[in-house]
Design a protein around this ligand. Structure first.
Ligand code: FAD
Length: 629
């Protein structure tokens, strides 16, 4: 195994989405030799698919906006379970990160007076999403890649080698993190094309691998989102938090079956689109929860006026946070008021002129025309909930992105805490930039602090190699069948609405699947072999699914992206409780409760007493009254 291709770096970043690229740029800017490793092609990551925009309280469209309003919205969206330090850093730093992108060449849409334009989105009090049409993620990735190239050109000038300080390893999948004692010492992986193994020798690893959507049948996520980073962290001894909280985006395509789950951006609603049931009713008015009652319009007229006069009207309930809208759609369909193909109607055709729709939502227009033969300027779309985003992830230090394992860092969707129980739209792209930068800096500082470099231990490399080759040539079960059963189980039993019996049943299935995963076989060789790749990914998907199901069973309340049919309300006693997942060797997941620290005084006093009463325990309210005097 020591003949395996081997590379030495200071920092290895796993993932080339927004979080990974921003982390790598930072590590390189701090003088560290940095590798970027990604499973798919360079430039192809979820970040590219992001449509709506990046949330940042720049106050360009409404000057009343500022970091405190953004902080409050984020905490409300997450139902006060967020890591408040992360929410604070995010709200304060997001505008700088967006401006920095402009300095690096991004071109955002403008307001009439030439500022970066900002659009409305669910849960955001003011227009806040900096955007480029409905292709914001593409511009974000393009700009970060351009920045990487600019740094490589600088390095060429200085060292005669473009890749002296930053190199991309594309279509390369990491399957194991390696340690020396309790410290990270590198990572092990394979090239997708050749199946050859590759070894990274590095004291610091930044995980930026994105989400877990491929554990569900109906998802907006693409093939590479198999929870790899979540599982790699867990297996290396780090903790995962908030794993019960999964965001089902309210609007995925429902028809035709081949495209079920593909995202319909929230911008459709932000720009005026409305939801109707089979009776033609704008049903969202029936689903405004008490905690949001005073913030949303109660009549269609008021909701409509809001698009042009936000100072004197409240926003329409189509723009409630995603968990609320997804549950409402689910309930309408269940009550028999769904669309012919099992969703509801999302209509922008009667709300905006055709030309305006094509201008503001070009990708959506194209997507429906191409995939469903629907012209969204003339007829409504049919939409329904789709598994979109996981709030849960690696437990990290808010300021540095450091996980519990020395040398391990995480940022972006693979990390947990920032979004609490539910993420607001647009808060991911800004999260990637803010915490990608911080994790890159955290990793660089960690490397500087080391007195000795951890070693790659040959026996661990050999173990990783053996684990990877195991499915090859084994006369075992077909990995696609195991995958499909896992997806169905998670979709049907640990989906948008959960109950104890069903989640317990899912756990029993997952236990059996764990055994089956150990015995799956992949025919063929190591050369470009997707069956083999899936066999390897299954370990991660099953492990992460176990975390989701175990945490979902324990949390006996409904909050954000976790809805329990048998415990319908939010319970203040659960608000500060984090469910922390860990594992000894991957064979079983342990979940422990941990109390999150109380919010800092200057942050909690940003909220009104009346609002806090809806979330906090009596005891916490007494404490609050003490502070706010
Ligand atoms: P990703 O961009 O998901 O990148 C992950 C990277 O890790 C990829 O390069 C992948 O190849 C690599 N990787 C994974 N596993 C491995 C492995 N084992 N080895 C090596 N590499 C690996 N958020 C918003 O804020 N606004 C929006 O408008 C918005 N729209 C969205 C639209 C869609 C269709 C989707 C799916 C998501 C959207 N989101 C949006 C969410 C947001 O895009 C994602 O949460 C975010 O891009 C995740 O970024 P990331 O950097 O954490 O990871």
């Amino acid at each position: 195994s020591l003949n395996t291709e081997r590379h030495e770096y200071d920092v290895v970043v796993i993932g080339a989405g927004g979080a990974g690229l921003r982390a790598a740029i930072e590590a390189r800017q701090q003088g560290k030799r940095t590798a970027i490793v990604c499973k798919s092609l360079f430039g192809k990551a979820h970040t590219v698919m992001a449509e709506g925009g990046a949330a940042a309280a720049m106050g360009n469209v409404n000057s009343d906006d500022n970091w405190m309003v953004h902080f409050r919205d984020t905490m409300r969206g997450g139902k006060f379970l967020n890591n408040w330090r992360m929410a604070e850093l995010h709200a304060k730093e997001a505008p700088d990160r967006v401006w920095e992108l402009e300095a690096w060449g991004a071109l955002f849409d403008r307001t009439k007076d030439g500022k970066i334009s900002q659009r409305n989105f669910g849960g955001h009090e003011y227009p806040r999403l900096a955007h480029v049409g409905d292709r914001t993620g593409l511009e974000l990735i393009r700009t970060l890649q351009q920045r990487v190239v600019a740094l490589q050109q600088e390095d060429y000038e200085k060292h005669g080698d473009y890749e002296a300080y930053i190199k991309v390893f594309a279509e390369c999948t990491i399957t194991r993190l390696l340690k020396d004692g309790d410290r990270i010492s590198g990572a092990f992986g394979y090239w997708r094309e050749t199946g050859n193994f590759v070894l990274f020798d590095a004291p610091a690893v930044v995980l930026a691998t994105g989400g877990i959507g491929k554990s569900y049948v109906v998802t907006s996520n693409s093939w590479e989102y198999t929870g790899d980073g979540h599982a790699l962290a867990l297996l290396a001894g780090a903790n995962l938090i908030n794993m019960e909280f999964i965001q089902f985006h309210p609007t995925g395509m429902v028809w035709p079956p081949s495209v079920r789950g593909i995202l319909v951006t929230e911008s459709v609603r932000g720009d005026g689109g409305v939801l109707r049931n089979s009776e033609g009713k704008r049903f969202m008015f029936d689903y405004i929860p008490d905690v949001f009652k005073d913030k949303y319009a109660t009549t269609e007229e008021e909701g409509d006026r809001w698009y042009t006069d936000q100072a004197n009207n409240r926003r329409p309930p189509e723009l409630l946070p995603r968990d609320e809208v997804a549950r409402a759609i689910n309930a309408e369909v269940k009550a028999g008021r769904g669309s012919p193909q099992g969703g509801v109607f999302l209509d922008v055709s009667t709300r905006l002129p055709a030309e305006e729709i094509k201008k503001r939502l070009p990708s959506m227009h194209h997507q429906f025309k191409e995939l469903a033969d629907v012209d969204i300027t003339a007829e409504p779309m049919q939409v329904g909930p789709t598994c979109h985003y996981i709030m849960g992830g690696v437990e990290v230090d808010a300021d540095t992105g450091a996980a519990a394992v020395p040398g391990l860092f995480a940022a972006g969707e693979v990390s947990g805490g920032m979004h609490g129980s539910n993420r607001l739209g647009g808060n991911s792209l800004s999260d990637l930039l803010v915490f990608g930068r911080r994790a890159g800096a955290g990793a660089a500082a960690y490397v500087d602090s080391l007195e000795s470099r951890p070693r790659l231990l040959p026996e661990l490399v050999e173990e990783a190699r053996e684990e990877a080759v195991a499915p090859l040539g084994r006369d075992g079960e077909n990995p696609y069948e195991v995958h499909h059963e896992l997806q169905r189980t998670m979709n049907d039993l640990v989906g948008i609405i959960r109950k104890a019996e069903e989640v317990s049943e899912a756990l029993q299935v997952v236990e059996k699947l764990k055994e089956r995963v150990r015995l799956v076989g992949a025919a063929g060789s190591r050369i470009y072999n997707p069956g083999w790749h899936l066999a390897i990914d299954l370990r991660n998907m099953v492990l992460v699914s176990e975390c989701v199901a175990r945490a979902a069973l324990l949390r006996e309340e409904s909050r954000g992206g976790h809805t329990r049919d048998d415990f319908p309300g939010m319970n203040p006693d659960w608000r500060r409780k984090l469910l922390v997942c860990s594992t000894e060797d991957g064979s079983a997941v342990t979940v422990e409760e941990k109390l999150q620290p109380a919010m800092r005084d200057d942050l909690i006093t940003l909220f009104d007493r009346d609002e806090l009463k809806k979330y906090l325990t009596d005891e916490e309210m007494t404490e609050f009254d003490g502070i706010s005097k």
